[in-house]
Design a protein around this ligand. Structure first.
Ligand code: FES
Length: 164
């Protein structure tokens, strides 16, 4: 996996870089540093850029493959920056059988991005999720946590327009 999936380039500031260096100094040589370091690195950068994961790998002497394994296992971690509006389409069973897959495809087409990416202007990011507890409104998507239900693919553009 690489940042080629992401069309917003890494833009770590010197302050963020020095916070990361301090963080790694604090945890070097400690037992099981990986998860706390990843959590705090995500707080610093807002997500976990590949460049940051490489630095963590080198400094803590943990293989990049192991780090990616941890990052992709826990849904809390994100490998890409979120847009101003983060769209999450529920692909849980109740939503999927009612057509959330078509809604997800339509969003990818309209936004010109794949799931897990952010538009070049930083406005919208798109992801799939599991049940958000609103099955009665299936199929469902959320935009920054705001629920939109009983969706059809034809409704997607009008909903996006509300966030222009
Ligand atoms: S399966 Fe989508 S909200 Fe429950």
């Amino acid at each position: 996996m690489s940042d080629e999936r992401i069309n917003i380039p890494y833009k770590g500031t010197p302050e963020q870089e020095s916070q990361l260096a301090e963080l790694l100094d604090d945890y070097k040589g400690t037992k099981s540093p990986l998860i706390p370091v990843l959590e705090q690195a995500q707080e610093i950068f807002g997500y976990l850029p590949e460049k940051v994961l490489k630095t963590i790998s080198e400094e803590l002497r943990i293989s990049l493959a192991k780090i990616y394994g941890v990052v992709t296992f826990y849904s809390f971690f994100s490998l890409y920056p979120k847009g101003k509006y983060n769209i999450s389409v529920c692909l849980g069973t109740a939503c999927y059988v009612k057509g959330s897959g078509q809604v997800y495809e339509k969003l990818q087409e309209v936004l010109g991005i794949a799931g897990g990416q952010c538009t070049a202007d930083g406005k919208f990011s798109l992801e799939a999720c599991r049940c958000v507890g609103a099955c009665g409104l299936a199929p469902v998507m959320t935009v920054n946590g705001e629920v939109h239900g009983r969706l059809t693919a034809n409704m997607v553009e009008d909903i996006l327009a509300q966030y222009e």
